[in-house]
Design a binder for this molecule. Structure first.
Ligand code: FRU
Length: 928
């Protein structure tokens, strides 16, 4: 929803921006040149003089307010036929209106008429054509100008005088009209005479050329009247040259403002008067626009005129100068506006660019926002998926972990069960071999057969457990419940355990079984359960502990409670929570049992619709409890069995238990032997068997778990150790590893005894330093041979040490620690050999070990007592020195630590059967 809102907002923003920019760009700007609407064509007869230039300036000033109009001027340069051509040219270029200032009326009229008849509006300015086929005329009344000038001259001359007239182009209308007006005004003054006329064609130079001759011809000229100011200026110049300028009055037409214009000439006294003749440029454009815009206009637009002479020239000059300066201002402002427009145009272009860029950026931004939203949404989906995958992966890993654990538990189970099989098999095969090979007393045979029987039963029991396990796995285990007296049933089981309890001084009680208690149950199954609980209790309860069985009827709840409580080893909470799991073997079960017993028990109780539970505290004890429902309504028809059907378990249960723990207890101590063997074995029966088999040859030491094994080994430093791999407390592999890395015990050969026969296991055992590895079931003779061989090897090694030491060759031994010890010991002896007082204590101090440890270690590794070794070393050194033949015999005697040469000789002789002298002699002879 939020995403949609954001997109909507950005779309609105974008549209808004576009609208604002479009609005701004599309606004009408009064300062901007609009597209050309009209074209004005202007045909100028001549463009060179100031008056024409002023006309054009006026036109352009006016046009400046009309940017919609384009303007084209063609200059005919005083050539009428050229002008006619140019007019046609303008017509052809499709001007909307034509302004014509004809050079001469006659030659120009046809082409103007043609344009007019074509529908092009025509304005004539200043000069006229001979036709009336035009739209408007702009100009002053030239006849009137001529007439006013005539009257003014008449006044000046007081009615009498001679006049020279300078004509404009005779074919042009102003020349004709001005002449006519002038002549008409003078008609009433008979004494005023135009004595001569000169044609100046409106131009100064032409007038200048023609005048000198006429002036010479007429020496009494009073006034020169020219049709325009510039021709009169030319006449003034000519007169000046002739020295006649003061005698002649000069009168002109135009009265142009500004420098060089007629007004200035009057002001400077060159002209006596001039008659204003406006150019009409401004008016012509205004009228043209009115025509084009279809606005009302006049056909005849007559411009005002006035005489300018010394009486008004100053004010005229001031005014015209002011106008000119204002016109200049206007021009400047126009230019500035032009510049501003240019700036504006540039800014507008920039604005366009920026506007479009902004739109572009906004569009891109919108797209980016949109794609970002899309991406976020996609990311969210991906994150969810990822989470799901992680969850699934974790579940899979959890399942895999469970499967792995289950597999591991199974492997362990099969390993243990094979161990369980191997021990009884060893105990069956061993006595059988013994019986076959040896002549035993009847008592011994009975003992061996007892062993065979018990272990066969144990195997049977294990097989039975496996079968039950299979049946439960396949759902084929079925209760065959019969109505029984539970008190009686449990009492029988209780009695089977009484004997071992007595022997081990365990307070073993049955509480609550005084009166009969009728309960429906499968005797075979409940027997297995109770046997399992009791055998566990006996296994983990120490001598002098207690084991209580209680039975209790709970009528209100319609059930019976059976509990087995002990004050044995107990279990840690983690073990308590898993103790009924199939294949689970806690610490207490690590060396015995299959891990099936309690799991099996629980299944069997569940088949009875009952429940089984446990309470236990580490090192304090354990209490198992079973609830069984009363009556038989909870059993199906097929679960009700025949009375005492197939109840067989009791036949062997008691015997097995009775003997398992006790077999060992009855073993008598064997007499001391020279070579000691430590057996570390938790299976007491196997321990008993080994003890009996080896006791004849060796002094046997025993330990029933790894920890005790280590203690006995360190205390007694036995000559050999037989150690089981699967041991309580500390397992056999770790026991070997500890012993081999301990200086005191590192030299003792160790035989590992195990049920695990995988190659890997053997390699591990040997790698950590075990000297041999025997797999159960083993052949007793093989075991005995192995022990003999190891002890013999130790003997050989010892001899090698001695010989190596005596020859000063570095000792090579299997064990790094032994090697270190020997070199330390040998060095201590060697360094002090000349000291006759050298004793064990000195050496112990030097190598930092106790006397007894050094004594045992030296004895075990070298076969000597320390004292014997010192003596041996003295004699060996003496032997070396004698062979060297450098020192005298008595010197050698002191050198190797004998108090007197005589004692040295005696000692040497008893060891070598030769006196030192004889030995020296023999050696040196042989060497020589
Ligand atoms: C300029 C001019 C003016 C005169 C006008 C008549 O070319 O000669 O001096 O007044 O033309 O058309």
């Amino acid at each position: 929803m939020r995403c949609w809102n954001d997109s909507f907002l950005s779309a609105k923003l974008l549209t808004g921006c576009i609208l604002v920019i479009s609005f701004f760009l599309s606004c009408n700007n009064p300062f901007l040149p609009t597209a050309p609407k009209y074209k004005i064509g202007f045909s100028q007869c001549t463009g060179g003089d100031n008056w024409r230039k002023a006309m054009l300036q006026e036109m352009q000033r006016e046009l400046a307010f009309h940017p919609e109009i384009t303007f084209e001027m063609l200059d005919a340069e005083g050539n009428s036929s050229k002008q006619a051509e140019q007019i046609q040219q303008l017509v052809d270029s499709k001007v909307d209106i034509l302004i014509v200032s004809p050079n001469e009326a006659e030659p120009i009229t046809p082409v103007v008429e043609k344009a007019f008849s074509k529908g092009i509006p025509v304005i004539t300015i200043d000069r006229r054509i001979t036709s009336s086929r035009y739209n408007a005329y702009i100009g002053a009344d030239n006849y009137e100008i001529g007439k006013t000038a005539g009257s003014y001259v008449a006044d000046l001359l007081n009615g009498k005088g001679k006049i020279l007239e300078i004509w404009g182009l005779p074919g042009s209308s102003p020349a004709v009209d001005r002449h006519n007006g002038f002549q008409d005004a003078l008609r009433t003054f008979p004494e005023i005479e135009i004595v001569a006329s000169v044609n100046g064609d409106w131009e100064k130079e032409i007038a200048e050329k023609a005048l000198p001759e006429v002036l010479v011809r007429y020496p009494e000229i009073d006034i020169i009247f020219g049709h325009n100011d510039i021709m009169v200026l030319g006449a003034y110049g000519v007169c000046k040259k002739m020295g006649r300028e003061d005698n002649i009055r000069f009168i002109g037409v135009d009265g142009l403002a500004g420098p060089g214009g007629g007004i200035e000439m009057v002001n400077e006294g060159i002209l006596d008067a001039t008659f204003l003749y406006s150019t009409g440029g401004e008016d012509a454009i205004r009228v043209a626009i009115n025509i084009l815009e279809n606005q009302p206009y006049q056909k005849e637009n007559i411009l005002v005129t006035t005489a300018i002479d010394p009486s008004n020239v100053r004010i005229m000059k001031q005014q015209t100068d002011k106008i000119l300066s204002q016109q200049k201002d206007i021009q400047r402002q126009k230019e500035m506006i032009g510049q501003q427009l240019e700036i504006y145009k540039n800014q507008r272009t920039i604005l366009y660019v920026m506007g479009f860029s902004l739109i572009f950026v906004l569009v891109l931004g919108g797209l980016a926002l949109y794609s970002m939203r899309e991406k976020q949404a996609a990311n969210r989906v991906l994150a969810d998926k990822n989470q799901e995958i992680i969850l699934q992966r974790n579940q899979i890993m959890e399942m895999a972990e469970k499967a792995r654990n289950a597999t591991e538990e199974k492997f362990r189970f099969f390993t243990n069960i094979s161990h369980e099989f191997r021990t009884p098999l060893t105990l069956i095969l061993g006595p059988v071999e013994e019986l076959l090979e040896t002549d035993y007393s009847k008592e011994n045979i009975k003992h061996q057969l007892g062993l065979i029987r018990r272990n066969s039963i144990r195997l049977l029991y294990l097989v039975e457990q496996l079968m039950d396990f299979r049946k439960i796995e396949n759902g084929k285990m079925r209760v065959q419940a019969t109505e029984n007296d539970l008190s009686r049933f449990i009492k029988d089981i209780y009695q089977a355990f009484e004997f071992p309890a007595q022997k081990r001084v365990i307070d073993f009680r049955l509480v609550g079984a005084e009166k009969p208690m009728i309960v429906w149950f499968d005797k075979n199954m409940l027997d297995k359960v109770l046997f399992n609980l009791l055998s566990n209790a006996f296994k983990f309860t120490n001598d002098h502990g207690f084991i209580y069985i209680r039975i209790q009827e709970n009528r209100p709840h319609n059930q019976v409670l059976i509990s087995v409580e002990d004050n044995g080893r107990g279990m840690a909470p983690e073990q308590v929570s898993r103790v009924f799991e199939r294949f689970y073997q806690g610490e207490s079960y690590s060396t015995s049992g299959t891990g099936l017993g309690l799991s099996l028990s629980r299944e069997l109780i569940h088949l009875h619709k009952g429940s089984i539970g446990v309470e236990s505290e580490d090192l304090k004890g354990t209490r198992f409890f079973i609830f069984l429902p009363l009556g038989n309504s909870h059993f199906g028809k097929e679960e009700i069995g025949q009375k005492d059907n197939n109840y067989v378990t009791m036949e062997y249960t008691g015997q097995y238990i009775e003997n398992e723990k006790l077999a060992y207890l009855t073993e008598e101590n064997k007499p001391e032997k020279e070579t000691s063997v430590l057996i570390i074995e938790d299976n007491l029966e196997l321990m008993g068997f080994l003890n009996q088999a080896l006791a004849r040859d060796y002094h046997i030491l025993e330990a029933t778990d790894g920890r005790k094994g280590l203690e006995v080994a360190r205390e007694s430093i036995p000559d050999l150790i037989i150690c089981d791999v699967m041991l309580p407390e500390i397992n056999g592999l770790r026991v070997v590893s500890y012993l081999k890395s301990d200086l005191y015990t590192s030299h003792i050969p160790i035989v590992l005894l195990t049920a695990q026969d995988t190659e890997k296991q053997s390699v591990v055992g040997l790698e950590i330093g075990a000297d041999s590895y025997i797999i159960k079931p083993f052949n007793l003779n093989f075991l005995k041979a192995t022990l003999k061989s190891l002890l013999k090897n130790r003997e050989i090694l010892r001899e090698r040490f001695i010989s190596e030491i005596s020859m000063d060759i570095p000792v090579s031994t299997e064990n790094r620690l032994d090697k270190k010890f020997i070199s330390q010991f040998v060095a201590a002896v060697e360094n002090n050999l000349s000291n006759p007082e050298l004793n064990v204590q000195d050496i112990c101090e030097q190598i930092g070990m106790s006397r007894i440890q050094v004594y045992r270690k030296v004895k075990a590794l070298m076969g000597y007592s320390v004292g014997d070794y010192i003596k041996h070393a003295r004699l060996k050194k003496a032997e070396f020195l004698l062979t060297e033949n450098v020192l005298s015999i008595s010197e050698i005697a002191y050198q190797v630590g004998f108090n007197s040469p005589a004692y040295f000789s005696t000692a040497f002789k008893s060891a070598y059967n030769l006196s030192p002298t004889e030995f020296k002699l023999q050696k040196n002879t042989t060497t020589d």
